[in-house]
Design a protein around this ligand. Structure first.
Ligand code: HEC
Ligand code: HEC
Length: 386
């Protein structure tokens, strides 16, 4: 897998192109139709060979996961947990609330809505192919999907639950206990928060989208992309997008400032979210974010961690100026966006699981609106309160 070039090298290459300021943000280019010149068969094969050096196709088989064997028992359990709203304090939210597997694996909202209708600070990334990312979240603060999965369950603006709540719910349901015993054979006490995360991680490993037209092109089907899409791929590599968006996910491997050349305005890059700085506390990491994986990007609007940009063409144009100091023409942004559309793969067929019913000992959902008349209840934030 190709990894991104170092930032220093990148700046050395691209900084001389520094553009004067003025970038009109309203460069909506959806209406532009590009008729790209046809390439010769040799040029197309050269393009394919060059792309093959930088990118990899999504494998068709479920990938291996470090220290977590992906078994059918585990993925089935993970799938149940994925859809089970009882893991949230309110009993309303599950992972699918914000990562809709019937869509692009996101909620298509500017930023997510979580516990008690709170608006979270960031846009929800797709969960499809996230197993291939080197670290999780916009700022990479979770090393893998296993540690990631514990985040949203506990986050106050997401599912707002506690590990104890989750384990109490699952232990109160005999069918779940049985599923944990078969998914984690030989463990004396398999119903743990760690195993919840492992089961979800195993399920997430199955959420891959092979067969994108771009992958078919990489594998030698040269006619599967039209002229405009091929032109867009060439531009994506020649202008330098692929310096950061490379490998199997076209991103998800390295961190860069949002604004290597020119920082976008606070309408797109809100000042309060300093990205990776919050993880490393290093000044040079201010406004540094993970190069977003671009698989299925045509399905995951709105764009950027702020979710402020709804058009893919506009997102491409913003990148040109911010990361490369280059004002792309409407034809160029349109061709690159057309190429990005070829990254849409075949989503996995996910069947809704049958969830086992609650029992008399299953903790009840926390009421969203507290009854001010019941004394002592108002300060209770712990879940599982009747
Ligand atoms: C309330 C909405 C919400 C819920 C519920 C939610 N997520 Fe997320 N998820 C997000 C947001 C927002 C982010 C990005 C947060 C960030 O980067 O700081 C995210 C990030 C992720 C990522 C990282 C993807 C990447 O490319 O970095 C994964 C994986 C993920 N969530 C899985 C889950 C799982 C598993 C659950 C259920 C246990 C879940 N999410 C529940 C909103 C949600
Ligand atoms: C220096 C590294 C770098 C270069 C070069 C670069 N990007 Fe990005 N890209 C990023 C980072 C970092 C983000 C995340 C920005 C944020 O915080 O929202 C991003 C975000 C994006 C997004 C938003 C995706 C989403 O789901 O929100 C798109 C689309 C994109 N880049 C396309 C491109 C294109 C097209 C080019 C070339 C014109 C390009 N990028 C060049 C680093 C880079």
């Amino acid at each position: 897998m190709a990894s991104g070039v170092s930032l220093t090298l990148l700046s050395a290459v691209f900084l001389p192109n520094l553009m004067p300021a003025a970038f009109a943000q309203s460069a909506a280019t959806d209406a532009v139709v590009t008729s790209a010149p046809a390439m010769s068969p040799e040029e197309i094969e050269q393009l394919r060979a060059a792309a093959d050096e930088i990118f990899d196709a999504i494998p068709s088989a479920v990938p291996k996961v470090k220290d977590n064997a992906v078994t059918r028992e585990k993925t089935e359990l993970g799938q149940m947990l994925w859809f089970d709203t009882r893991l949230s304090a309110s009993g309303i939210l599950n992972c699918n609330s914000c990562h809709n597997l019937a869509g692009g694996g996101t909620d298509n909202l500017e930023t997510s809505i979580g516990h008690g209708w709170q608006k979270g600070p960031r846009n929800s990334p797709t969960v499809f192919n996230s197993i291939f990312n080197v670290a999780q979240f916009w700022d990479g603060r979770a090393d893998d999907l296993r540690s990631q999965a514990k985040g949203p369950i506990q986050a106050a603006v997401e599912m707002a639950a506690t590990p104890d709540h989750v384990v109490n719910v699952l232990n109160s349901i005999p069918t779940y206990q049985e599923h944990f015993r078969t998914a984690f054979p030989g463990e004396a006490d398999p119903v743990t928060f760690d195993n919840v995360a492992k089961a979800i991680e195993a399920f997430e490993a199955t959420l891959i989208t092979p067969g994108a037209r771009f992958d078919q092109f990489l594998e030698g089907n040269l006619a599967v992309l039209d002229d405009k899409e091929k032109h867009g791929l060439k531009l994506f590599m020649d202008t330098g997008c692929s310096a950061c968006h490379s490998g199997v996910n076209l991103g998800g491997q390295e961190y860069y400032p949002f604004g290597v050349v020119e920082r976008p305005g606070s309408d797109i890059l809100p000042l309060e979210d300093k990205g990776r700085f919050a993880v490393t506390k290093t000044a040079s990491d201010e406004y540094v974010f993970r190069a977003v994986p671009l698989r299925n990007v045509a399905l995951t609007a709105p764009y950027f961690h702020s979710g402020k940009v709804w058009s893919l063409e506009q997102a491409v144009a913003v990148m040109g100026v911010a990361q490369l100091g280059q004002e792309l023409t409407p034809d160029e942004t349109s061709a690159i966006a057309a190429f990005l559309g070829t990254l849409t793969g075949e989503p996995p067929r996910v069947e809704l699981p049958i969830l086992p019913p609650s029992t008399s000992t299953t903790p009840r959902p926390e009421p969203l609106v507290k009854n001010s008349l019941s004394k002592g209840d108002a300060v209770e934030t712990q879940s599982g309160v009747r």
